[in-house]
Design a protein. Sequence first.
Lengths: 481, 485
Amino acid sequence: MSYETVIGLETHAQLATESKMFCGCPTKFGAKPNTNICPVCTGQPGVLPVTNKKAIELAIKTAIALNCKIEPQSVFARKNYFYPDLPKGYQVSQYELPLATNGHLEIEVGGNIRKIGIIRVHLEEDAGKSIHQGAGRILGSASSLIDYNRTGTPLIEIVSEPDIRSPKEAAVFMQALANLLQYIGVCDAKMEEGSLRCDANLSVRERGSSEFGVRTELKNMNSFKAVEKALLFEEKRHTEVLADGGKISQETRFFDDTTNTTHGMRGKEEAHDYRYFPEPDLVPVAPDKKWVEAIRSALGELPEERKNRFIANHRLSSNDAFLLISQRATADFFEECVILLNKPKIIANWILGDLQAYLNARNLTIKQANFSPVQLVELIQLIDKGTISGKIAKTVLIKVLETGNSVKDVIAESGMTQMSDEGTLVKIVQSVLAANPKQVEQYKAGKTTIIAFLVGQVMKETKGRANPGLANKILKQELDT
Amino acid sequence: MNKKTAHELNNLLVNKKISSVELTKAVLDRIDKTEGKVQAYVTVTREDALKQAKAADSRISELPDTRIPLLTGIPIAIKDNMCTKGVLTTCSSKILANYIPPYNATVVEKIKAAGAVIVGKANMDEFAMGSSTENSGLHPTYNPWDLERVPGGSSGGSAAAVAANECILATGSDTGGSIRQPASFCGVVGFKPTYGRVSRYGLIAFASSLDQIGPLTKDVTDTAILMNVLVGYDPKDSTSVNQPVPDYQKALIDNVKNLKIGYIKELLGQGIDQEVKASIEQAMKKLEELGAKLIEVSMPSFEHAVATYYLIAPAEASSNLARYDGVKFGHRSKEAKDLLTMYYNTRREGFGAEVKRRIMLGTYALSAGYYDAYYLKALKVRTLIKQDFDRAFMKYDVLLSPTAPSIAFKFGEKTADPLAMYISDIATIPINLAGLPAISLPCGFSKKAPIGLQIIGRAFDEETVLRAAFTYEQNTDWHKQIPEL
Ligand SMILES: [Zn+2]
């Protein structure tokens, strides 16, 4: 029997605001515990929340970038539960009426573009951080300390439709979402640091079925790799259980990155009733239409729009265009090059080929590399002029990236310019012919294709510097006389 | 001199006939003398008060007469659910018995800026839940008119302190009648402004969508003066309203000619004490003599008001009171062995019976499967009540009723039957559900205990309410009566 995997993701992203969601405390990461706190975010009796307008702006920005509909009115609710790092005994979060609904994000998996639906984008506040002494969680620990610095940090929750069909797709979706959030500047989107978090729902069903299988919710994935690994494990577990005629029980499972497995909570899981109700201390969020439009135009061109423009104006393949726009800096680099030299296809090949490979291998971004669009264009122009061969250009690129020296210096230092001096080349050709009498005979007997071998020998002798066209011409001259 | 009103005392202070230190000492002496019987205060801030009085005196001597704020040097009591920086703020609850706030409520800031002298924190029903101050987790307060009777609640300490001349004026908070009903029981003036008029920042929440701070004073003029200090938009309170604020003293006009007053049929029928009814009818006659037009109005939705209130208020309270968990401030049970027992024991030991009852009620009303049937339905009825008021205010300028169906009841009379206690707020609760302004002022006595007249206004039309109340007061003597203690 063939199975199909169905995955939906719930992503939390910390908004890059200066201050918290409902008070003026700074959101800076890494401060001494309980220093970025005030009466409001520690839930002192009598305090009231005041919504951070910047957080709403960033959430709207995100929603626009995810092609969502901005709701004319959204409402904060209270999610009630007791936990020491939740100072008010409730979390303020949008619930029934979220900020935005009904969007999508395009991702590229194995050469195919997939459109993943976004159910909703809503705003909420983060909880504090518990530090347990002597055990992993509060149960069984000798004591627990609480740091309220993070309490009240603005978050957006982005809920995808269950449109994702494989763990690989889920990882790509997360990466694409992270890229987008960085691109529009609403979140630094670092899963390892917790500014981007993800819970996943996975179920498996018979291929062709329109009904969903029983799903499990996965938590505690702290990197894109972890998202994929947790889902891979879970996908296999579901498939095996179902193939054996067993049943999956609906539960929350935790990913263990030391074993790459997931496990359910020991014992019975408490059924939570959060008793949501509209937060009476806040008025509904009703963003002014003009404001939303201003945010939209300030946002400028969105990645998807940019991609379409690259395809239309620069005649790039949709794949190349997609890869270029997946990092804002890469797309910017590309555009700067194209302004200098109108050869978009060749430029894209260089960026996505050798340059990207170099950066990936060293885990660098294009900004971190000591390399400018001017340099790449210079390199390409030198090939066009015949100063260096394409093959040598690749070596030059790596040298430039490694040393930070200019293209010209690298070429001059290593003497890698193309050999186009006929006199020198004639001598080399003559020595090659003298060294390969057998091939010369074959040529003369009519097997003219052997000339390619001889050109190769000339290239070898010149360490690739010979102008191949010229070498070919001289060879023919020498052989035919 | 502590028997005088704030506006009388302001005159004496500005003309240097008395000093604020003298006045404050007089009030503190009075507290020493009568507090044993009344027990209006949770905390008396004696030294702080004298310091503030001294500062007020130098302010009076430094400023030109016209620039001295009216409340400068006037002793005031603050209900103990308003946060005072560095001063114990208990909400009359054991769970906050040791709580010293790190900040001032906005109204406290305003009162301080106005130069008033805070003499102490007034007792109340625990977390403002109650109608008699018998639910105070600390001690009861006694009605200065009759020590066997309750002072009303939840602002019972504030009302009793004003009536007993243990302060000149006081703040209260009103969620379902908590300013007006104790004002009625203690024979003082109590005013609940429109929801959103006064900042709730620093008011320890009972039911956020209903709570509103207001004055308790000896006459309507003092109410207008204190209103001028309390009101105004506060960026710290998202539900406070950004609207221009009138000068309420200018609304004090002795004239109700052709004012259309609707008296509420449902609040003058069954369940209302005969003597209360008689006093209200006399007051109506008086207003008619003064030129007002009195017409009967029916508010059919009122019959559901108490039930509606006892779903919405506890629902919000169940969430508002979740922060008292023993983790960050207030009481933490010494019996705690782990997280759960810390929660259970802290809250079991810290909250009184009425608070627990309402937390359970509210938790139930918000629970999955019950939310629609209870909480959502209550919100719908709340809308109906608002619509009843909207209809009435298309025809009438103000509405009129008794503040409470009876005079102050005796201790223990209603504690055994929570429902009987809840019903005693029948006349005040609908006003909170609609968010409207309403005043209670003295209009008679029965068995030597005061009776209160309630006048209700349109949203943000505090001025018409004050004008009607002022006119009635100017033409009657009830507010001049003082209890013998
Ligand atoms: Zn804060």
